[in-house]
Design a protein around this ligand. Structure first.
Ligand code: PMP
Length: 391
């Protein structure tokens, strides 16, 4: 065996297991109708929850920023790469989230690397929901902190872990706000109450909740009116906000500590001017347009109820993320391929991302989906669902 030839064997094995998949290559902007292999299909997988990727004000802000600053920032933030629009974005985000300060990173993923990789130290313990996102898991793995995983949303197990953690310097509880594969919401009020009882720090990752939950999409903390009781609110600018980037919102001391120590902040070039300016405009649009979120929720709630009435298993979904549980991996991938034949794009999500018997296609409803779009998706799902014996 030479060099990297053994990679091919592993690829072949994944093909046999139905896990081999290369990304779809889109030939148009983010939909809801998008061109794939020369054909228009209905996009039901994008995180563009509010349709902002195509918003005229965001596009105009990006163009104006390119004209004024050029296309790149030229440096990492701490050397020569902090533009006034990065700082304006941080002020706007802190105000939006109701925190003292916010720090912007290049993505949600690097935010979690930066926050957890920096704050968790050897004599700390981090207690994390079993279904937390990979970027949280990887951020934690960068550290020497002790780890405890509690079964998804099981508050008794979280309390047990906290009870056994009094010997550590700091206890961190970490949870997604909205869970990305099931579309359910973290029980944040219970988590905060336990944190207060056991003197723990609460971090919520609002990647799928930013722009989705709370007033004008302010997130899970706002949704549950827990202002001042959540220490770190992480968010992404890549999903409902429509652009790319991430942030950590919390105290000014947290921000300044991360500026000095968070490695993705220190060692990776800052967001481009177009990105920073369009994110800033997006937050303003969110504040001014609560109707976008209201429309997304109305569409999602109605569509979920219709799918359930048709007999589909939508798991624990309570947000615009709506899984349709199919079962085993190969069936799930066939189900997804058949949906695409019918003109609906919803990729299969299978083991190891989800449990082996819980393969699913994950649908995401956005404010940009019209009633006709969702009727089209429903008809396709019914047809394929019947053929697969799911309904
Ligand atoms: N955290 C969670 C909970 C996520 O679902 C995601 C999205 N993939 C991320 C972080 C990463 O965000 P980004 O895509 O901005 O890197």
């Amino acid at each position: 065996m030479n060099g990297l030839d053994d990679l091919k064997l592993e690829l072949e094995e994944w093909k046999r297991q139905g896990r081999y998949r290369l990304p779809a290559v889109w030939e148009s902007g983010s939909g809801p109708w998008m061109v794939l292999n020369g054909r228009k299909v209905l996009q039901m997988a994008s995180n563009n929850y509010l349709g902002l990727t195509d918003h005229p004000r965001l596009k105009q802000a990006a163009i104006a920023a390119i004209e004024r600053y050029g296309v790149g920032s030229g440096s990492v933030r701490t050397i020569a790469g902090t533009l006034d629009i990065h700082e304006q974005l941080e002020l706007e985000l802190a105000d939006f989230k109701g925190t003292e300060a916010a720090l912007v990173f290049q993505s949600g993923f690097t935010t979690n690397q930066g926050v957890f990789g920096t704050l968790l130290q050897e004599n700390d313990v981090v207690i994390s929901d079993a279904l937390n996102h990979a970027s949280i898991i990887d951020g934690i793995r960068l550290t020497k902190a002790a780890r405890r995983i509690y079964p998804h949303k099981e508050m008794n197990a979280l309390e047990d872990a906290l009870r056994g953690a009094s010997g550590y310097r700091r206890r961190f509880i970490v949870t997604d706000g909205v869970f990305s594969m099931d579309g359910d919401i973290a029980p944040l009020p219970e988590i905060v109450a336990l944190a207060e009882r056991y003197d723990a720090i609460v971090c919520v990752d609002d990647a799928h909740a930013s722009g989705v939950l709370g007033r004008c999409g302010k997130g899970t903390t706002d949704h549950f009116s827990l202002h001042g009781r959540v220490h770190i609110q992480i968010g992404t600018l890549s999903k409902a906000v429509g652009v790319v980037g991430g942030y950590a919102a919390g105290s000014q001391a947290l921000k300044e500590y991360l500026i000095h120590k968070a490695r993705p902040f220190l060692f990776s070039t800052s967001q481009t001017p177009a990105v920073a300016a369009s994110c800033l405009e997006a937050i303003r649009v969110l504040r001014e347009s609560p109707e976008l979120g209201e429309r997304m929720w109305a569409q999602a709630d109605r569509f979920r109820a219709e799918l359930q009435a048709d007999g589909f298993d939508t798991g624990d979904s309570e947000t615009p993320i709506i899984p349709i549980v199919v079962g085993d991996a190969a069936d799930t991938m066939r189900f997804s391929a058949q949906l695409l034949e019918e003109g609906v794009f919803a990729p299969g999500i299978v083991y190891p991302t989800v449990a082996a018997d819980k393969g699913r296609v994950r649908l995401i409803v956005t404010a940009a989906h019209s009633d006709e779009d969702l009727a089209f998706a429903r008809a396709a799902l019914r047809e394929v669902g019947r053929a697969f014996g799911l309904i």
